[in-house]
Design a protein around this ligand. Structure first.
Ligand SMILES: C[S@@+](CC[C@H](N)C(=O)[O-])C[C@H]1O[C@@H](n2cnc3c(N)ncnc32)[C@H](O)[C@@H]1O
Length: 234
């Protein structure tokens, strides 16, 4: 009996150890990237401090490595238009998009004026010249018609998510094109789009034990019709 208990304890300790190594490595990587880019993008806030709507999710910066991991799967031809981050926080994703990808322009929509100020400082420090923060409620934001990558790291749910997706689809109707939607911690996006067939998943994965990311490609009406006719409808 004791042998069994000790073995189970040993196994649990071994599992904890295996899970904590990537987390420690990630903490080191986070500090290294902040230092390398010269930015300050960590921080803990409540919804009240940020004066968010009741369907807004407070600030949490995207892990640097998660951003690169997801962006790896975006087709190269979509890296030259506009990049839009919904809920840009202190601008971490904006800095990375502007510094490491050839986007024409990089835009971040953020509702909290305090976070917008931090983001502006970070963009300046990192020399992200083609990046801008738009300080407004994402629900009222109309993305540029050449947006080729829409980015969301779990910024909101409910009514705001519905309005944002409505404006995003309107943009696709006004200027029909294939775009990528990169979503990290995708639960709220998936809930809001359940049963919809205007995009399809290109890649997905998890890292740091429960952090998920997805890359979706939007479908034009023509490609959707083709899929339907050839029996590949979603
Ligand atoms: C999880 S953080 C994402 C931070 C950033 N995108 C990143 O990857 O580092 C979510 C952000 O969404 C912002 N947010 C929540 N509701 C919003 C709204 N209605 N309009 C604009 N931003 C909003 C919050 O203030 C917060 O900064």
């Amino acid at each position: 009996m004791w042998a069994g208990i000790l073995q189970r304890k040993g196994t649990r300790r071994e599992m904890n150890r295996r899970q904590s190594i990537p987390l420690v490595f990630n903490r080191v990587a986070e500090r290294w990237w902040e230092w390398r880019l010269g930015i300050h993008s960590t921080g803990d806030y409540t919804s009240n401090q940020l004066e968010l709507r009741n369907d807004g999710i407070p600030y949490d910066p995207i892990p640097f490595r998660a951003f690169f991991r997801a962006m790896e799967h975006v087709p190269k031809e979509l890296l030259h238009g506009s990049f839009v981050d919904y809920g840009a926080g202190k601008g971490r994703a904006l800095v990375l998009a502007a510094r490491y990808y050839p986007f024409r322009q990089v835009l971040g929509v953020e509702m909290s004026s305090e976070l917008c100020r931090h983001a502006e400082g970070n963009l300046q420090r990192a020399g992200a010249k083609n990046a801008t923060v738009v300080c407004c409620d994402a629900a009222n934001y109309v993305p540029p018609t050449d947006t080729s990558v829409f980015f969301m790291y779990n910024p909101f749910f409910g009514e705001t998510m519905r309005k944002v997706l409505h404006n995003l689809r309107k943009s696709l109707q006004e200027n029909p094109r294939v775009t990528a939607i990169v979503v990290c911690r995708a639960r709220n996006f998936l809930a809001a789009t359940l049963g919809q067939n205007w995009f399809q998943e290109l890649a997905c994965g998890t890292m740091l034990s429960e952090f998920n990311w997805h890359v979706f490609l939007t479908l034009t009406d023509r490609s959707r019709k083709h899929e339907h006719e050839s029996g590949f409808g979603l």
